[in-house]
Design a protein around this ligand. Structure first.
Ligand SMILES: [Cu+2]
Length: 90
């Protein structure tokens, strides 16, 4: 994601209640099956932001986290669509 840019996350769960937290931002919400949670924020500084699940959701809870990679705006604009997703690099 580009730094200093408004971003929106739309979240839902296919199984149980999860928690969605972005440390150092205003984002902290529950993700409930059957509902779509929508949160907005921006990242002031480039970096790697961890997104841990903060609601005990089952046996795999301890390993349930993801990461958002925030880069400077000009670097983001120079990337192609496939470079913007980590999945495309694997
Ligand atoms: Cu969890």
């Amino acid at each position: 994601m580009p730094a200093n840019t408004p971003v929106k996350f739309r979240l839902t769960s296919a199984d149980v209640v999860h928690g969605f937290l972005l440390p150092d931002t205003n984002v902290n919400t529950m993700v409930v099956p059957g509902f779509v949670a929508e949160v907005r924020t921006s990242f002031a500084q480039p970096g790697e932001y961890e997104m841990p699940c903060h609601e005990f959701c089952g046996l795999g809870h301890h390993a349930m986290w993801a990461r958002v990679s925030v880069v400077p705006k000009d670097q983001f604009a120079a990337q192609g669509p496939l470079e913007r997703t980590r999945c495309a690099k694997q």
